[in-house]
Design a protein around this ligand. Structure first.
Ligand SMILES: *[C@@H]1O[C@H](CO)[C@@H](O)[C@H](O)[C@H]1NC(C)=O
Ligand SMILES: *[C@@H]1O[C@H](CO)[C@@H](O)[C@H](O)[C@H]1NC(C)=O
Ligand SMILES: *[C@@H]1O[C@H](CO)[C@@H](O)[C@H](O)[C@H]1NC(C)=O
Length: 390
């Protein structure tokens, strides 16, 4: 037995620093490589479903395997598309992504992006947007067996238990929850049941739209749908639950309508966290010629010189091959306001990205005054924070 000890202790220490519920404990989905890997052979018919979310130019998204398709119609089937040839996944061609804000916070890594995701098989126009997460109707995930890793938390490829991706034909937002404490569990910080509320409600931050490529730090948002109230120095949270009606069929075969959630929908999160220490760059590029990434292209090796560590370092040439040089430009760019604004003044219409893709947009408008009324009227369930997590 002695020979096993070094092995066991090696595995035992890896995730010791993470609170419960942050690190995924299962295996990678069956279509995935056992661990994140780069580079891998380019395979534009791949069915792999492993996202890595590591940096502004090394991340992946879920999108349909064939198209044009709507995300809500194909949520169990989506496949991984990565900015680099990794994880046996498909590669996102240069030019598809037109803007990225990559945020690191103490509790999650978050990407807000724009692009032409019709090139990733999402139907043009309409309500092409939908929400993906590791739960789904069967608990096997949407997509089934979909997984997410990140190196942002500690420099190692960590499998993340709780994540959510809102994906539309022209916009996406993705959050992987890398931390937790007794107030915020990873499950609440990546709460995935507000899917009609839109990116700016569920994953608040500074949305710039196309043309901005930035890596920032950011303050931690309240978990999606949480509204804090301080009474006598004690913070409690009310929560917004999405309105939903359906029909249950009982054991007697009789259909019974049911309604859950709040009938009045807030139009803004309690606050929108500021970004700071932003480093901007001109664009992102993998330098892989479009001819190697045509639909269905199979078995193309990554370009010579492509390596996981050298991908950006070696990419002076790769980036310029794409037509525009990638450079760290302005640093220290900070968004207006250094503290989160409260609900009285916050209507985070701070972006050029709103307006077109239905499923990701906010619900009906409601003023801050309405919100206070709701809390007083008790339509929100008000729970002392001390009772929330045990
Ligand atoms: C992969 O995803 C499945 C389904 O959500 C989950 O049960 C499993 O723990 C995940 N494994 C890893 C390593 O992330
Ligand atoms: C590409 O992906 C398909 C679907 O997962 C798989 O059947 C095929 O073997 C892969 N080809 C290569 C060269 O990896
Ligand atoms: C958990 O972290 C949040 C965000 O930093 C903080 O506001 C809260 O006080 C923390 N809770 C505890 C119990 O430390």
């Amino acid at each position: 037995m002695l020979f096993l000890l070094p092995l066991l202790s090696h595995f035992a220490v890896v995730h010791a620093a993470f609170p419960a519920g942050v690190i995924a404990t299962g295996t990678q989905g069956v279509t995935n490589p056992p661990v994140p890997t780069m580079p891998t052979t380019i395979n534009q018919t791949s069915m792999a479903r492993l996202l890595s979310v590591n940096s502004i130019d090394d991340f992946c998204l879920f999108a349909p395997p064939t198209g044009p398709a709507e995300i809500p119609d194909t949520e169990e089937l989506e496949v991984a598309w990565c900015t680099k040839p990794r994880n046996n996944a498909r590669v996102i061609p240069d030019g598809v992504i037109t803007g990225i804000s990559f945020l690191k916070t103490d509790f999650y890594v978050q990407i807000m992006g724009t692009g032409d995701f019709t090139k990733l098989n999402i139907a043009a126009g309409g309500d092409g947007g939908g929400e993906l997460d590791p739960h789904g109707a069967t608990g096997a995930g949407n997509p089934i067996g979909g997984n997410v890793t990140t190196t942002v938390a500690d420099g190692l490829d960590e499998p993340i238990a709780e994540w959510m991706l809102y994906m539309a034909n022209d916009q996406f937002c993705l959050r992987a929850c890398t931390n937790a404490n007794s107030t915020y569990s990873a499950a609440f910080m990546c709460w995935h049941e507000l899917d009609v509320m839109g990116c700016e409600f569920v994953m608040p931050g500074t949305y710039h739209g196309a043309g901005t490529f930035e890596t920032c730090e950011a303050e931690v948002a309240y978990p999606p749908g949480w509204y804090p109230t301080v009474v006598d120095g004690t913070t409690s949270f009310s929560t917004f639950a999405q309105y939903f009606t359906g029909i249950n069929t009982g054991a007697d075969g009789q259909p019974t309508p049911y309604t859950v959630g709040d009938t009045i929908t807030p139009d803004a999160p309690f606050s929108t966290p500021s970004s700071s220490k932003c480093v901007t760059q001109a664009t992102v590029s993998n330098g892989i010629p479009a001819s190697l990434l045509t639909a269905g292209a199979i078995g193309t090796a990554p370009p010579p010189g492509f390596s996981s560590s050298g991908a950006s370092a070696a990419s002076g040439s790769q980036a310029t091959a794409g037509g525009s040089s990638t450079k760290g430009a302005t640093s220290g760019k900070t968004t207006a306001g250094s503290t989160p604004t409260n609900s009285g003044s916050a209507s985070p219409s701070n972006s050029g990205t709103t307006g077109s893709s239905g499923a990701l947009r906010n619900g009906p408008a409601m003023s801050a005054g309405d919100l206070v009324g709701i809390i007083i009227a008790g339509i929100f369930v008000i729970i002392p924070s001390a009772l929330l997590f045990h």
